[in-house]
Write a protein that binds this ligand. Structure first.
Ligand SMILES: Cc1ncc(COP(=O)(O)O)c(C=O)c1O
Length: 371
């Protein structure tokens, strides 16, 4: 069986977590503080603020920065939290169609969405594919927008050799088990903005600025020291895990590049991909069978795969009800054609080749049947 993720902790990570459990210091404490310092140093940001999960990191950012009625441009093709978190603080997500090759936001379409209420843009480095940060930042400056980079799927990604965690205005991460770093539940916001970092630290703890003294509305969005202790150890092996993901991606790029009807997500220029997921478009008329048939053929060989995502955010019932029906053709087409294949850090070179052999076999069978 080849799974979609490798979620095993190392003996060192288990030992670090056990030491915290034995100490009794279960809540947010010295490990959270050290994790923040080490993560900020690793990505090159001035501040890093731990929190309960990736959604919480987005939610806290909007609580700190957004006014009710403000609009934020988000990709229509992403995980729902990118759009629900601004909506729960009274903001409005504007769904942007995507580029069919990179699967990232199409800025020509984004341009058409701007109104005088548009105050934010939240680009998602989707599946680890990093935006052209210069281009996005120029777009945001032109329209006076703040940028919340959603890096839940992109730990270790780089633009022009710089880690994506250091770019303005803020960068949000998730440490959910399927992610490039996985501590259980956990999140982080990185920023170079002193005031924002200060605010986030209070927001995650009921807006408490002194003992039982509360200056703002807040939540309990704290990370625990158990998770932080795991995160600190894992940060030490992030590069090693990414090396394996990148090796697997290189094998896939090479072998799938030759195959008719298979279009891997195109990596943006000047970036280092964080290889969270390896996603391909299957064009049935060229490949011979549909995405769903390929998925079933892989499952038969016990090769897990997934559809990320089967519908655009604008097609989610909750948003259709809130904002009405919209049509975003590039997103909708991608939803029909996309499939993710295993690429994770636990996948050996042989496994990676076995995945491609199975795709190749499915393609060849389809061609022979058609002949
Ligand atoms: C793009 C994106 N943003 C936000 C999140 C939310 O993170 P979490 O599940 O840790 O709340 C995820 C998680 O899947 C994600 O993929």
């Amino acid at each position: 069986m080849i799974g979609m993720a490798e979620i095993k902790l190392t003996p060192e990570e288990i030992k670090a977590a056990t030491e915290v459990l034995e100490s009794g210091n279960l809540r947010q404490g010295q490990h959270c503080q050290a994790f923040e310092e080490e993560f900020a140093a690793k990505v090159g940001a001035k501040h890093a603020v731990t929190c309960a999960n990736g959604s919480a990191s987005l939610h806290m950012y909007y609580m700190a920065e957004m006014e009710p009625g403000d609009e934020v441009i988000v990709p229509a093709f992403t995980f729902i939290a990118t759009a629900t978190m601004p909506a729960v603080v009274g903001g409005k997500p504007l769904f942007c169609d995507i580029d069919p090759e990179t699967f990232l936001m199409d800025l020509d379409h984004a341009e058409t969405l701007i109104t005088d209420k548009t105050k934010f843009i939240s680009p998602v480095h989707l599946f680890g594919n990093v935006y052209n940060i210069d281009e996005l930042t120029a777009f945001a400056r032109k329209h006076n927008l703040k940028i919340l980079w959603d890096a839940a799927q992109a730990h270790g990604g780089e633009f022009k050799g710089k880690d994506i965690g250091q770019f303005d205005n803020a960068v949000s991460y998730s440490f959910y088990p399927s992610k490039n770093m996985f501590v259980g539940e956990g999140g982080m916001v990185c920023t170079n903005d002193d005031d924002l970092a200060h605010k986030l630290k209070f927001l995650r703890s009921h807006g408490q600025t002194g003992k039982y003294y509360h200056e703002m509305l807040g939540l309990n969005y704290r990370m625990t020291d158990v998770e932080a202790a795991i995160g600190r150890k894992q940060l030490g092996r992030l590069d090693q895990m990414l090396d394996v993901r990148r090796r697997n991606k290189a094998i896939f790029d090479e072998r799938l590049g030759q195959m008719n009807g298979v279009y891997p997500q195109k990596q943006t220029a000047d970036t280092t991909h964080a290889v969270h997921l390896y996603c391909i478009r299957i064009v049935p008329e060229e490949f011979g069978v549909s995405r769903d048939d390929l998925s079933a053929a892989l499952m038969e060989k016990e090769i897990h795969n997934g559809v990320h995502y089967p519908r655009g955010l604008h097609q989610q019932p909750v948003f259709e009800e809130m904002y009405g029906k919209q049509s975003l053709p590039a997103t909708e087409k991608l939803c029909e054609e996309i499939i993710a294949i295993p690429v994770h850090h636990g996948l050996s070179e042989d496994d990676a080749n076995a995945v491609i052999d199975a795709i190749e076999e499915c393609h060849t069978k389809a061609l022979n049947k058609a002949a």
